[in-house]
Design a protein around this ligand. Structure first.
Ligand code: 5AD
Ligand code: SF4
Length: 491
């Protein structure tokens, strides 16, 4: 009998990928994925710890499960990902009904943990726990032999029901930067770079299965440098060229997230020279004040950030750049905040993800600095920065009005979901009934990561389509299929 699995994912793209890999392994073990939590035999939450808000959502889900577990003691509940690693076994004090705890660095063991939990019934079931050791968590190197997680990526299986048109492939795991506010180095562990051969083979496998866009993932992706152990190193730029060359049938290759320091001209040249690499950079500046950047331990100044940006635009004048910012970092003055506002007004970012500082247990910032910016001030600065970015985004988007863009169609738009069915009254009149023409609001993404809403056919999902941009807002462009004379190019 197949067992039913409900898996909910919170947080970043790395978590989305982890969930896909884990799902593949559990499917091989006979689990079937369901979308209704109430039908599941096993419930897993793949969690995020980056801000408190993300954790609160999971706390409330776990609270809801308390009566369900009392009703059905054989229900298996698991917390996987960053919260499992950050909270560790303390989580059992608050939520004794959890059966499985698995950190992001141990997910290759999850199938075994699930199996062990499933073969014993309550009340004889023992808790299954796999977490990184504290020593590993605080170090910046990981022995190749310890990197058992590579097995998880290598196990990737693609099922015919998977929506494969957009796929993620990890090239590095973990992070060694230790920005003072960030939990990631403690939850995902030291930075590890995957062998180029494994990465290339994975991308090729996805392309053969129908991927139209592959996004390479890494916390500081441009730091990729694989040491072959014989004196040779594959740099990030070399990896980009190699993947591009090895996958001629892949229309779009992109990568996130870039660290603004150490972004080499070679990597920018690879982006410029390889036509199928999208000219899009997500390079979080985090702040506009050098004093705060120092407290954040970011390792660059705003002058270095500006230099990176102007080099990127020198190589690719049409490059689209997105950033992240934190407002309300401890001691942030109005003057510091104004510096962030000025950076946003100056840099022509496509968009910025703006966050209020959230003190995270285990990080340096929570120990070293008092969270002294009142919530009200954080909120005001957040809104002010959002407004400045909105203005910049709108201007950036407006430049595309009247132009043709290529989009990869992601699916039905959540903005407006209007079904436009043209029906004929021919039946009553005795004519042959023409086929109903169905158009819906679809959403696609440009190579520069801009969102375009347009009216099209549901079958366009997963295809690359050329559109004419007709109008623009700060978050969305609106487009239309070219008039029949210039038929759309369905690649
Ligand atoms: N508080 C607020 N924002 C944070 N980020 C990371 N840690 C914190 C924190 N403690 C933001 C950064 C990062 C993005 C993924 O989340 O801007 O780039
Ligand atoms: Fe966190 Fe800094 Fe690493 Fe990004 S670079 S994951 S912000 S520690």
């Amino acid at each position: 009998m197949t067992r039913k699995l409900y898996l909910e994912t919170f947080g970043c793209q790395m978590n989305v990928l982890d969930s896909q890999l884990v799902l593949g392994q559990l499917r091989a073990q006979g689990y079937e994925s369901v979308t209704d939590r109430d039908q599941a035999d096993i419930i897993l939450y793949n969690t995020c710890s980056v801000r408190e808000h993300a954790e609160q959502k999971v706390w409330s889900r776990l609270g809801e499960l308390r009566p369900k577990k009392a009703e059905n003691p054989n229900l298996i509940i698991g917390v996987i990902g960053c919260m499992a690693e950050r909270d560790g076994i303390n989580i059992f004090q608050k939520f004794p009904h959890i059966d499985i705890l698995c950190g992001p660095g141990e997910l290759d063991q999850l199938a075994t943990l699930v199996h062990n939990a499933a073969i014993t019934s309550a009340p004889n079931r023992t808790r299954q726990v796999a977490l990184m050791g504290a020593a590993v968590r605080r170090s910046t190197t990981l022995d190749a032999a310890e990197d058992h997680l590579e097995m998880l990526d290598l196990s990737r299986s693609i099922s015919p029901s998977d929506d494969i048109s957009q796929a993620y492939v990890r090239i590095t795991r973990g992070c060694n930067k230790f920005c003072t506010y960030c939990v990631v180095p403690y939850t995902r562990g030291p930075e590890v770079h995957r062998p180029p051969k494994n990465i290339i083979e994975e991308v090729q496998k996805l392309v053969s299965a129908g991927a139209r866009e592959v996004t390479l993932l890494g916390q500081t992706i441009n730091h990729y440098a694989f040491n072959h152990g014989d004196g040779r190193t594959t740099t990030f730029a070399e990896l980009l060229y190699q993947i591009h060359e090895a996958t001629p049938d892949l229309p779009r290759l992109r990568f996130v997230t870039s660290f603004p320091r150490d972004f080499t001209n070679e990597a920018l040249m690879a982006m410029r020279d390889c036509p199928r690499i999208c000219r899009y950079l997500h390079a979080p500046a985090q702040h506009g004040s050098d004093r705060i950047l120092k407290l954040m331990n970011r390792g660059y100044t705003t002058a270095q950030y500006r230099d990176f940006l102007s080099r990127a635009r020198e190589f690719m004048p049409d490059v689209s750049v997105a950033s992240d910012f934190i407002v309300g970092f401890p001691t942030e003055t109005e003057e510091d905040f104004t510096a962030t506002m000025e950076l946003v007004q100056e840099c022509r970012f496509k968009n910025s993800f703006i966050f209020k500082y959230s003190p995270r247990p285990g990080t340096t910032a929570i120990d070293r600095f008092k969270d002294d910016i009142p919530e009200e001030t954080k909120r005001r600065r957040n809104n002010q920065l959002l407004a400045a970015q909105q203005q910049a985004s709108e201007q950036f988007n407006r430049e595309l009005i009247g132009h043709k863009v290529e989009v990869l169609v992601e699916g039905e738009s959540k903005l407006v979901s209007r079904r436009n069915t043209t029906r004929s009254n021919g039946i009553e009149l005795g004519w042959e009934k023409p086929k109903p023409k169905i158009t819906i609001q679809l959403v696609g993404r440009t190579r520069g990561d801009q969102i375009v809403v347009f009216e099209g056919h549901p079958k366009m999902k997963g295809q690359l389509i050329n559109l004419q941009i007709t109008s623009a807002q700060s978050l969305t462009l609106f487009g239309q299929l070219p008039t029949p004379k210039t038929t759309p190019i369905l690649v």
